[in-house]
Design a protein around this ligand. Structure first.
Ligand code: SF4
Length: 365
C-alpha cells in the first residue's frame, strides 16, 4: 500500500492555513484533502459553530436521524505487546484472564438480554491465546443471535480474515494508535506491534478479505491531534480508492486512566475532538464516526446528531465483566457508565432514533 505523507510534514502543513482557507473549505462542494487540512487548522477554530451546522446537515442527509448502538465484549486481556500507554501491556501486573467459549457465550447472552444486537469482540494481542480458530468458534456460536459481530484484536493476514468472515465476523477495527512513525517506535518497544507498516496495512487486508466494515482510528493524547486527523483522512482516501463497497468507520478514542498510569503526551480537549469530528464528516459524508464510552456523558450527549453515527453503551472493559461486574483486569476505566436503555432514552430525547442493528448477518450467506 502507498505510504502516507510524513507526519511532520502534515503537522507543518496544517498550520499554514488561514481563516479564508477555512471558510472556503466549509463552503466547498466537494471537499478534498486540502479542505480537510484547512478545517483541522487552528484558523478553523473560529468557525466551529458553522462546522457543527454543516456536519449536522451532512450527517442527517446521509444517515437520517439515527444513532447506532453497540457494546464491546472483552474476550481476553493477555497481551504480548508492551504499548506504554495501555493497561493490558505485558509489563503491567493485572489479573489476566481469557474467556472459555462458554464464558464468552454467557457474556454475549447478557448483552443480548440487554437489547444489543451489534457487538465488538475485543482482545489483547496474544496469538497463542486468542487465535483465529478460537475467534471462528465464538463467531459461529454468536452469529445467529446478533445482527453484527465485529472484532478488535491483533492484526491478521488476509486469509485469516477470510476465514473469520466465513465464520460470521463482518467487521474489523484496527487503530494505528499514532500515525507519527517516530513516536510509534518509542511507544511500542517490543512485540509484533512494533511493525508500524504491517499495522498500517491491516485495514487494507481486511478490506481485501471482503469484510463488510473496516474501522480505523488514532489514540488521542499521543501526538498532534490535527496531524492525526489529516493522516486519518489520507488513510481513508487510500482505502476508499481500493474498496468502494466497504463501509468505513473512524473512532476517536482518547486516553483514559489505566494500569501503568501513563500520562497523555499531548492535551486533547473536547473542543478539539469536536473539530476533528466535524472536519472528518465534512470531508467524508459517508464515513461512520464512533464516539465511545471513553468520553463523559455531557460531551457524548452534546455531540448527538452533530456528526457521530455510532455510540457504545453500558461498556465494561474487563473480560467477563458483564457476568461479574466486581471482577478486575479492565483495560481502562470508562467515562460514561450509563446503560443501553438510558442511552437510548437520551438519544430519543434529542429527537433521534436509537438503532440496535443496521445489518442482518443472514444477508451475508
Ligand atoms: S494497546 Fe493492544 S497491543 Fe498494546 S498492550 Fe494494549 S492490548 Fe496489547
Amino acid at each position: 500500500m502507498t505510504a502516507l505523507p510524513q507526519f511532520s510534514h502534515l503537522r507543518h502543513q496544517i498550520h499554514q492555513y488561514t481563516r479564508t482557507d477555512a471558510e472556503q473549505a466549509l463552503n466547498a462542494s466537494r471537499p478534498g484533502i486540502h479542505e480537510l487540512a484547512a478545517l483541522l487548522s487552528p484558523a478553523a477554530e473560529h468557525y466551529l459553530g458553522e462546522m457543527a451546522a454543516r456536519s449536522r446537515q451532512l450527517t442527517l442527509q446521509r444517515f437520517g436521524r439515527t444513532t447506532q448502538l453497540y457494546a464491546p465484549l472483552y474476550l481476553s486481556n493477555y497481551c504480548t505487546n508492551r504499548c506504554v500507554y495501555c493497561g493490558f501491556s505485558a509489563d503491567n501486573t493485572i489479573e489476566r484472564r481469557v474467556l472459555s467459549l462458554e464464558e464468552a457465550e454467557q457474556e454475549a447472552e447478557v448483552l443480548h438480554s440487554r437489547g444489543f444486537s451489534h457487538i465488538l469482540l475485543v482482545a489483547g494481542e496474544a496469538d497463542a491465546i486468542v487465535g483465529v480458530s478460537y475467534l471462528e468458534d465464538i463467531a459461529r456460536r454468536l452469529r445467529h443471535r446478533f445482527a453484527a459481530v465485529s472484532i478488535e484484536v491483533q492484526p491478521l493476514e488476509e486469509e485469516q480474515y477470510r476465514r473469520l468472515f466465513t465464520a460470521g465476523i463482518t467487521g474489523v477495527a484496527v487503530y494505528q494508535e499514532t500515525y507519527d512513525e517516530t513516536l510509534y517506535d518509542s511507544l511500542h518497544p517490543s512485540g509484533k506491534k512494533r511493525d508500524f507498516h504491517y499495522r498500517f496495512d491491516t485495514p487494507r487486508r481486511a478490506g481485501a478479505a471482503g469484510m463488510r466494515e473496516v474501522g480505523i482510528g488514532a489514540l488521542l493524547g499521543l501526538s498532534d491531534w490535527r496531524a492525526e486527523g489529516l493522516s486519518l483522512g489520507h488513510h481513508l482516501l487510500l482505502l476508499r480508492n481500493q474498496f468502494w463497497q466497504t463501509a468505513f468507520t473512524v473512532s476517536f478514542p482518547r486516553l483514559r486512566p489505566a494500569a501503568g498510569a501513563f500520562s497523555p503526551l499531548e492535551e486533547v480537549t473536547e473542543k478539539n475532538i469536536s473539530q476533528l469530528i466535524f472536519a472528518l464528516r465534512i470531508f467524508d459524508a459517508d464515513v461512520g464516526l464512533i464516539l465511545s464510552t471513553r468520553e463523559e456523558p455531557h460531551f457524548r450527549d452534546g455531540m448527538l446528531g452533530l456528526g457521530p453515527t455510532r455510540y457504545s453503551a453500558g461498556s465494561c472493559t474487563a473480560p467477563g465483566g458483564y457476568s461479574n461486574p466486581d471482577g478486575n483486569g479492565e483495560q481502562f476505566s470508562v467515562g460514561d457508565h450509563r446503560s443501553l436503555s438510558d442511552m437510548a432514552s437520551v438519544i430519543r430525547d434529542k429527537g433521534l432514533d436509537p438503532v440496535y442493528k443496521d445489518w442482518d448477518s443472514t444477508f451475508q450467506h
